[in-house]
Design a protein around this ligand. Structure first.
Ligand code: NAG
Ligand code: NAG
Ligand code: NAG
Ligand code: NAG
Ligand code: NAG
Ligand code: NAG
Ligand code: NAG
Length: 840
């Protein structure tokens, strides 16, 4: 009779770990899981700002005055940076007039999104004024705004040369010594350009005979003060990061001409343009390929730069998403670039366009002097080249035709820091954090397309994602991120509002192990005060326990292995199913269960199912009585989370005879009729579940025959909604798959080979709601605690269908291969019948 409920539980149980060796995973797959998940409801310290306006996409932090300035749609705000939600904000309404808006609609633009004044640029102009530009319903305007009075000026400046018309267009801009350096595609249908305006010498890029930029989408620009402490009297330079259409041929598959690649370009701040050749054009423009994980990750999404006080140590972190061919899949890569590598590329060989073959190739001819694209240095000044206007014609002619460098810029140490599936990063910012023991670590905050923030620390060759936090309840792209060290805050701008959250939440870590496993450079365990503390403000910084490098040392010997847990007693009838709840605090931990302190319980054996939420004992037998303890295994450490005393009663004895504290045993007094009714209800539910399960199986078979892809469950990240479903491709036997995943990355996943057949919840009917399990609860077998857990399991959208022993022979073995296969398939289908792209 209870098998009905058993199969229901089985239907819903989320299984995280499985017996057998860890799944094989190529070392290159660095897929990372955030260690902890903080859903919106648990983000209690966050402050919010939002009002009638939309699209809070431009943030400017003024640390000195403690204000956070926000450019939104039709408005500018000045917020108190200490607490953006304290209600003391000031506002400038700046909307496009109805006439401008109707003209915008007449031009065929969207009256719901585009025909507004989207403030896209907001920076400090001088000591008294800010400078802002808005799209102004496709007639861009700019304004110098008195920051004290915080009101619009009486007259505006023309914005056509400074601000894109399109609110969604990639755009980056800087104010340097009063001059405006902007890069975008300005007008509708114009070509993209890097421009300097509000400057005695306005400059732009060259368009003939070659376009220096091709369909470029800009993401970031930064001034590097390379003149500081320069022994050669070098100039300051502005670096631009963007994705553009490649005109050169690539190598390898998919690298046909016309694919989009990431680039870095630079110009000299002191550039004045040429005198006759390249008049009013940059004479110092050079660009180079920026490679991260070629050819998969080619679309640049965001870049940040960190220098730690000295420009020579400048490093860039860049977020990439998959190249356009794979746009139906979500995945991101993070790469680091060192300024010295970019400089090396710009001082290397050039590329040249050969009219004969109509291809780009490496230029091996003579390079004129002074070196084309270099800034004016002391050496050149001594030779009489006081500015770019003095440069000889051969040099300028060369610059005109050779904007592209032959050698690309590769990621530091030759590999990405992070590859992440099921996440698309839209913005990132970083800050160096010095730990009490001395070293400095770069901490990055990555905003996703659905409103989450991933906090990560860069550790040697890789990155560790400390946590993921849901900044917005409604999924929406993070459009802007700013860090304030003074306020210890991160500000997040998105379409629906601005959120302020603390840079660290050390008090969330309850034990010493939890504190060091987090590997958060902001946090350390205080052995005297017995708490996880903010390292920056702890009274005795150097006494804090931290282990950034390994993340598992320092807590031995202390008594802080976790809270003391008295066993909870459970008593069940023979043949019942019982769930012993045990929540894993960390997504990286693996649950392990011991019976009577020695026997290790394996998932799927002897009627035990091990899940992230607990242990399910099915069809209990008296010999399964004993002491059960639940451990979290993470990074070589094992911590006790819960323990239970389980007593299985022979079927005939009354529950009232159970030892230990008598459970509320109303069940014993229920009339036989009522019990029969309960039994029938449960049987009916069980039957319903079986029917649903077979329907699901049928659906899967239908889909499966079309796709021939099988997944095993790797791990749920615990967030609600199907977007978080992380699936791991079942590893088959693949050549070159022999090297095991790196330590720490190969967490428990699906069993090797034939595994649990799991289908993602998306697109499948939801499992039936949890049953009213009233009579079961009274037997205190844990089922009473189940409904909430079931909901969580439902939230993870997993449905366990059946165990499968058959091994699909042609399974792809890694994400990379999976993508390659998709591409291969696409090529074929395109050759054969030119299928609609969305069918991939
Ligand atoms: C936008 O245009 C649609 C149809 O052209 C119209 O129904 C709608 O009211 C307009 N919305 C606004 C805000 O003007
Ligand atoms: C700042 O710029 C504004 C606008 O160009 C100008 O009116 C103002 O005088 C400037 N202030 C200072 C201190 O230079
Ligand atoms: C502005 O916000 C709305 C949602 O509030 C969103 O649909 C739209 O795409 C946003 N526009 C831009 C340009 O970000
Ligand atoms: C460069 O400047 C120096 C001193 O300022 C001047 O003597 C020289 O003639 C200038 N050279 C050119 C080519 O203008
Ligand atoms: C700080 O910690 C060190 C090492 O544990 C200890 O020797 C010292 O007395 C502590 N200082 C204070 C002020 O607690
Ligand atoms: C569970 O039972 C054991 C002995 O069987 C007893 O020592 C322990 O205190 C009980 N625990 C609780 C929480 O009642
Ligand atoms: C565990 O220990 C209890 C007594 O402490 C014993 O009754 C039970 O049989 C043991 N269970 C197993 C599976 O060894």
């Amino acid at each position: 009779m209870w098998e009905g409920l058993g199969s229901l539980l089985l239907c819903l149980l989320m299984v995280s770990s499985a017996p057998g060796p860890p799944p094989r995973r190529p070392a290159r797959e660095l897929d990372a899981t955030p260690r902890t998940t903080i859903p919106y409801e648990e983000l209690s310290e966050a402050r919010h700002f939002g009002g009638r306006a939309h699209n809070y996409s431009t943030l400017l932090l003024e640390e000195a005055s403690g204000r956070l300035l926000v450019g939104a749609r039709g408005a500018l705000f000045s917020l108190n940076a200490q607490d953006i939600g304290d209600g003391t904000h000031r506002e400038i309404r700046w909307e496009a007039s109805p006439e401008t808006q109707s003209e915008c609609v007449r031009k065929g633009r969207n009256n719901q999104t585009e025909c507004f004044n989207h403030v896209r640029f907001l920076q400090r102009l001088n000591a008294t004024h800010l400078y802002a530009c808005g799209t102004h319903a496709f007639q861009p305007l700019c304004a110098a705004i008195d920051s004290e009075a915080f009101t619009l000026p009486r007259s505006f400046e023309e914005g056509k040369e400074k601000c894109p018309y399109d609110p969604a267009r990639g755009y980056t801009g800087l104010i340097i010594d009063g001059g405006l350096y902007t890069a975008t595609r300005y007008e509708f249908r114009s070509i993209p350009d890097i421009r300097r305006s509000r400057h005695p010498r306005s400059l732009r890029t060259e368009e003939s005979p070659l376009h220096w930029l091709n369909d470029a989408e800009f993401v970031f620009s930064v001034l590097i003060r390379e003149s500081e402490a320069s022994t050669v009297g070098d100039d300051d330079k502005v670096y631009y990061f963007f994705t553009e259409r490649a005109t050169e041929e690539g190598s390898g598959f998919s690298q046909s001409r016309g694919h989009r690649v990431a680039r870095v370009a630079r110009v000299c701040k002191g550039d004045l343009g040429g005198k006759k050749i390249l008049q009013k054009k940059w004479t110092s423009f050079l660009k180079a390929r920026l490679a991260c994980h070629v050819p998969l990750y080619e679309t640049l999404r965001s870049v940040c730069s960190l220098d730690g006080g000295a420009w020579a140590h400048t490093r860039f972190y860049a977020a990439f998403s998959l190249a356009a061919q794979w746009r139906t899949l979500e995945a991101s890569a993070i790469c680091r670039y060192d300024l010295s590598d970019i400089q090396a590329s710009f001082s290397g060989p050039y590329m040249e366009y050969l009219d004969g073959t109509r291809r780009w190739g490496r230029y091996d001819g003579a390079v004129p002097e002074p070196r084309p694209g270099s800034c004016i240095t002391d050496g050149l000044r001594r030779r009489g080249y006081n500015s770019s206007q003095d440069l000889p014609s051969p040099v300028l002619d060369f610059v005109k035709l050779h904007p592209l460098m032959a050698r690309g810029v590769g990621p530091a140490r030759g590999r990405p820091l992070l590859l992440k599936r099921n996440a698309r990063y839209t913005r990132l910012v970083g800050t160096p954090v010095t730990v009490p023991a001395g070293p400095t670590y770069d901490v990055l905050f990555l905003g996703t397309v659905d409103g989450w923030i991933h906090k990560a620390v860069v550790l040697g060759l890789g990155m560790h994602i400390i946590e993921e936090a849901q900044a917005f309840l409604e999924p929406q792209p993070v459009e802007s991120l700013v860090i304030s060290a003074a306020q210890h805050s991160l500000y997040v701008g998105a379409p629906g509002g601005v959120v302020q959250m603390p840079l660290s939440r050390c008090s969330r870590y309850s034990s010493c192990y939890d504190c060091i496993l987090a590997r958060d450079p902001y946090c350390g365990w205080d052995p005297r005060g017995r708490g996880c503390r903010e390292a920056a403000v702890a009274p005795n910084r150097t006494a804090l326990i931290q282990d950034m490098e390994r993340g598992n040392r320092g807590c031995e010997g202390g008594a802080d292995t976790g809270p003391h847990l008295p066993p909870r007693n459970r008593s069940v009838l023979r043949g019942d199913d019982v769930l012993l709840p045990c929540d894993q605090p960390s997504n990286l931990a693996r649950a392990s269960w011991l019976l009577n302190g020695s026997r290790v319980l394996m998932d799927g054996r002897d009627g035990y199912r091990v899940g992230v939420d607990g242990l399910l004992v099915m069809d209990t037998r008296p010999e399964q009585s004993g002491h059960y303890s639940c451990y979290a295994e993470e990074n070589g450490l094992r911590t006790l989370l819960a323990s239970y005393g389980l007593t299985v009663q022979p079927i005939l004895s009354a529950p009232a005879l159970a030892p230990g504290p008598p459970p509320p045993s109303h069940g014993a007094h229920l009339s036989p009729d009522v019990r029969l009714l309960y039994v029938l209800i449960i049987a009916a539910l069980g039957g319903l579940c079986l029917v649903l399960a077979s329907m699901l199986l049928y659906v899967v078979c239908l889909r499966g025959s079309g796709r021939r892809r099988t997944y095993s469950l790797a791990r749920g990240t615990g967030r609600a909604g199907g977007s978080a479903v992380q699936l791991q491709t079942v590893s088959g036997q693949c050549p070159g798959d022999e090297d095991e995943g790196e330590e720490g990355t190969d967490r428990a996943g699906g069993p090797e080979g034939g595994g649990l057949l799991i289908i993602p919840g998306e697109g499948t009917p939801a499992p039936p709601p949890p049953p009213p399990a009233a009579p079961r609860a009274e037997l205190s077998n844990g089922v009473g605690a189940l409904p909430s857990r079931l909901r969580r399991m439902n939230g993870n959208s997993y449905v366990l269908l059946q165990q499968s022993e058959n091994r699909a022979p042609t399974l792809p073995c890694s994400f990379t291969e999976e993508l390659s296969r998709i591409l291969e398939k696409r090529k074929h289908t395109q050759l054969v019948e030119r299928l609609d792209e969305s069918s991939v």
